[in-house]
Design a protein around this ligand. Structure first.
Ligand code: FES
Ligand code: FE
Length: 451
């Protein structure tokens, strides 16, 4: 499958030239420009590994869900052989959507328009008025199945796919970031699952503003969410940049994790005692499995973005994708992740707490949306968008490897979670992908920031 079809338009090259990430400057048109957006669909979303779902959503042959890879809708299916397939959810006949529901169980899929039918493996299995096709020369059923993704793989329960056959394998794409992912995905030998159901909502913002918020914006937490924290914690968010606070930003290949080591700070905002009891009661087990440093990250004040658009919050355990719907529109899909072996009351408490905080009516989710919408909207102003944005917080804060705990915290690590280091790394990766002709031109790790 070819995923590159154009060169970088002059307009996009000019916008990228006005961004200087080494100085922490970003041009506002990256959130507004249609040509930038179209190039993102081609060179970011049709090229990167994207999150499709959790294996627990596809428990048996015929289980399926529909989701988005960029603006391409895909149908993700547990096949009869037990493997997972993902196909464009568009009929090869005239393009109609083949599956119109979000999730369920099926023996196959029948297109609503002219009745072409497809198996769980995506193959064309039958047609309405089949005799007419039988008389049609060279009608080759075998070539008219649903178009599959180029590569699909899983990492500890999470299912990812890419449209680009030349993309590096998922293990290489994630790289050393798996050290951090295991904090949430592998703190228990029985693994994780999504609780049933998901929530979709729409934001009038650019997808990157949401992604960068989760990549590294600890700065907004105590300010934007001050009243939410009062409501759930009964006190303000602690000063995250206070002297002596042990906190970091870390990134690998543009994947970002900002965190401190307080063990339960995020989880506490759920206002669910059962969740805190669970985390505290299992602290020794987490330490045995993950070591001391990571055991203190399981529920800590932290946020994560797996490049490009898959985010989650450890502790609150809201998992989400920012699905692009145009430069100034983002569809948010959210799920709640729990340890499979956790007691049902703990799972229920986690789901309830996540809904109280990070759902469309959640106290924290509501705080963020308006800021992101107005940040996007301001770039519409001709004069306003000539003014660069500030991403310079924490320049020069990289921690030399020999000052980190031995064998811990791989990747590019920066002192202090109140920092823009991760956002700079995310935009470096983004910019490198936009200008690269193919994966062969993408450097292995974008973070060239010097100490
Ligand atoms: Fe699907 Fe015609 S569009 S059968
Ligand atoms: Fe927020």
């Amino acid at each position: 499958m070819s995923t590159t079809e154009s060169r970088v338009p002059d307009e996009v090259a000019a916008i990228l030239a006005r961004c200087d990430l080494d100085q922490g400057r970003l041009d506002r048109s990256v959130f507004r420009d249609r040509a930038v957006y179209e190039l993102e669909l081609e060179r970011v979303f049709a090229r990167c590994w994207l999150f499709l779902g959790h294996e627990s959503q596809l428990p048996r042959p015929g289980s399926f869900l529909t989701t988005w890879m960029g603006e391409d809708q895909v149908l993700v299916v547990r096949r009869r052989d037990g493997g997972i397939g993902a196909y464009l959810n568009s009929c090869p006949h005239r393009g109609n959507r083949v599956c119109t529901t979000e999730a369920g169980t099926a023996r196959g899929f029948v297109c609503n328009y002219h009745g072409w039918s497809f198996g769980l493996d995506g193959a064309l299995t039958g047609m309405h008025e089949a005799q007419a096709y039988a008389r049609t020369p060279d009608f080759d059923r075998a070539r008219l199945g649903l178009t599959p993704v180029a590569q699909l793989d899983t990492y500890k329960g999470l299912v990812f796919a890419t449209f680009d056959a030349a993309a590096p394998p998922l293990a290489e794409y994630l790289g050393a970031f798996t050290y951090y992912l295991d904090v949430i995905l592998d703190n228990d030998p029985d693994g994780t699952e999504f609780v049933g159901g998901s929530i979709r909502s729409v934001l009038s913002c650019n997808w990157k503003i949401a992604a960068e918020n989760f990549a590294g914006d600890a700065l907004h937490a105590g300010w934007t969410h001050a009243s939410g924290a009062q409501a759930t914690l009964g006190r303000a968010v602690p000063d995250l940049s206070a002297e002596g606070t042990e906190s970091y930003q870390a990134n690998v290949n543009g994947h970002c994790w900002e965190f401190n080591l307080d063990a339960v700070g995020n989880a506490a905002t759920l206002h669910e005692p059962r969740v805190l009891e669970y985390l505290r009661a299992n602290r020794e087990r987490f330490r045995d499995r993950l070591g001391d440093v990571r055991s203190r990250m399981v529920g800590s004040i932290s946020s994560v973005n797996v490049f490009p658009n898959f985010s989650f919050l450890p502790g609150q355990n809201t998992f989400r994708t920012w699905v692009p719907k145009g430069p100034d529109r983002t569809e948010l899909h959210t799920w709640v992740l729990v340890n499979r072996a956790a007691p049902q009351e703990v799972k229920d408490a986690w789901r309830k707490g996540a809904m109280m905080t990070f759902s469309p009516s959640g106290v924290f989710e509501m705080d963020d949306g308006e800021n992101w919408e107005l940040s996007t909207r301001s770039a519409a102003g001709f004069v306003t968008r000539q003014q660069p944005l500030h991403y310079a917080l924490g320049l020069g804060s990289r921690v030399p490897r020999d000052e980190l705990p031995p064998g811990e915290l791989p990747g590019n690590v920066f002192r202090g979670q109140v920092n823009d280091a991760n956002q700079r790394a995310m935009y470096r990766r983004w910019s490198q992908l936009l200008t690269a002709e193919s994966w062969a031109d993408v450097p292995p790790d974008p973070d060239g920031e010097q100490p």
